[in-house]
Design a protein around this ligand. Structure first.
Ligand code: BG6
Length: 489
């Protein structure tokens, strides 16, 4: 099978930081179909060779083990080409059409890694140039719009020229091995399903913590904020994976139908629940990696009076038969205590206690997403405490927490297929399972929109010092339900 992958935004950050390294890994692993071309597209005036040199120089910034040797790069570079394009000029699309015709590849992937403001125009122009045949697949990077209306606008422009089967909306969290493991854990084992419900589960917490600040993306982030950047997409996709019913098979639409139902079942926001169950924060100066770091408002590209949130903590519920009444907490932010993404599923306490258990001790399943990838099952075991040995018969036996620990990195090796590598190969092969359908995406926007609106018109985020786990209101919110955020490492 031959393919042409056209990378719009070919000199941009995402291209050299994520996409080129992922394509190179696929090449190194021998999984990139032979005879393919990767065509970088941008406004710059570059020859193919100059583009290859540019990409090679960028690889210096990629982590060591993933960097090509000069010989490897030479081989990889023979797939790289460059096409100068101004996305506002119809004649440039025609030229791209000519280039693609030379090869007439079986599959043509158009990857839009540009500012989302250009999506609609680019998609319309591709169609005008006849570049929307059945062998064309379109990849759309997030953010797909900044609210429900703009998301719909893009989706409707896309729908006019391509079928849904040709559209691959990327949420790179779905490509992470740990997230695929979450699906495998739930739907490849019979063990969890009977207890995966309100009768046994007391609450669920999703934490996606980042220790980095906004880095060089201040200007973009200041228009975006944590809710749009992380919750509307990555966190809600995790909610779907956790909460969905078992799909009837592993086909894309069977999976996406079930995810959509979860999004539709999320409790709608009211003015009261926004006040009580939605906390936003913004980092101030503090510490990261033992060093003093500046506050968000001092970051380059950020408005010194910015009210953009860099932290969000929410309490919600999936209001359906399986989950009604089970609190679902979501927390994410920049410059938190550590880079730590995990899901904690806490089970109910025993209905009748005959043991003395440590305070707040209950069974818990922890799904580690990153940096570790694995599962921990927290149980209670008979403690070997002093009083027991002294034979204090009146106090009842004492329990102590113990843990079953499954480390997937150790078991499968850390050199597993990365998220972008997995997803790019899926696009080339036409597998949609790990991509987001337009109705799912719209539903996710619909759910976050009341928060966006309310925060736009009301007050400012609460400050928190860089290197901490967000404003104290986040802990207070969960404490009101009698719970606490899981271990903060
Ligand atoms: C991106 C966000 O989608 O995800 C970034 O735009 C964020 O702000 C990144 O840092 C987190 O991805 P990961 O894979 O490092 O958890």
């Amino acid at each position: 099978m031959s393919f042409d992958l056209v990378l719009f935004g070919g000199t941009g950050d995402l291209a050299w930081r994520k996409l080129m390294p992922a394509l190179f890994q696929a090449f190194r692993h021998g999984s990139l179909p032979e005879g393919g071309r990767i065509i970088g597209v941008a406004r710059d005036n570059l020859t193919d060779d100059a583009y290859r040199e540019l990409i090679q120089s960028r690889f210096a910034a990629v982590e060591g083990a993933k960097r090509p040797s000069p010989e490897e790069f030479k081989q990889f570079a023979s797939m790289l080409y460059f096409q100068r394009m101004d996305l506002s000029k119809p004649e440039d699309y025609a030229k791209l059409g000519e280039l693609l015709k030379q090869r007439n590849a079986d599959t043509v992937v158009m990857y839009l890694a540009t500012a989302p403001g250009l999506f609609t125009q680019a998609v319309e122009q591709l169609a005008v140039a006849g570049l929307n045949g059945p062998h064309v697949r379109l990849v759309l990077e997030k953010p797909l719009g900044h609210d429900l209306a703009s998301n719909r606008e893009i989706n409707s422009a896309v729908r006019k020229v391509l079928t849904e089967q040709q559209v691959f909306r990327i949420d790179h969290y779905l490509g992470k091995p740990s997230v695929q493991n979450l699906f495998a854990m739930r739907f490849g084992n019979a063990l969890f399903e009977p207890i995966w419900r309100r009768e046994y589960i007391a609450n669920i917490q999703i934490t996606i913590g980042e220790d980095l600040g906004v880095e060089k993306r201040g200007a973009f982030y200041d228009q975006t904020g944590a809710l749009r950047d992380m919750v509307q997409n990555h966190a809600l996709q995790l909610v779907c994976a956790l909460g969905m019913e078992p799909p009837i098979n592993a086909h894309a639409d069977a999976i996406r139908d079930e995810k959509l139902k979860v999004l539709r079942a999320l409790k709608p926001w009211t003015a009261e629940s926004i006040g009580m169950h939605a906390i936003r924060g913004q980092y101030t100066a503090g510490t990261a990696y033992g060093e003093r770091v500046q506050g968000y408002r001092d970051e380059p590209g950020v408005d010194p009076e910015s009210r953009t949130e860099t932290f969000v903590a929410l309490r919600t519920e999936i209001a359906n038969w399986r989950w009604a009444g089970v609190p679902l907490y979501i927390r994410t932010g920049k410059r938190l205590g550590s880079r730590d993404a995990r899901i904690e599923v806490s089970f109910r306490e025993t209905p009748h206690a005959i043991y003395r258990a440590p305070v707040n001790a209950a069974n818990k399943l922890v799904i580690n997403l990153q940096p570790k990838d694995g599962l921990e099952l927290h149980l209670l075991a008979q403690a070997q405490d002093k009083r027991q040995r002294n034979g204090d018969r009146h106090a009842g036996p004492q329990l102590a927490p113990v843990q079953l620990d499954l480390d997937f990195d150790k078991r499968f090796g850390t050199e597993r297929v990365g998220a972008y590598e997995r997803l790019l190969l899926d696009v080339i092969d036409g597998r949609l399972n790990l991509f987001v359908r337009s109705d799912e995406q719209e539903e996710a926007w619909r759910w976050v929109e009341p928060l966006i609106d309310s925060w736009a018109s009301d007050g400012a985020p609460r400050p928190y010092a860089a290197g901490t786990w967000g404003p104290s209101a986040s802990s207070a919110m969960i404490a009101r339900d009698g719970y606490a955020w899981g271990e903060e490492q």
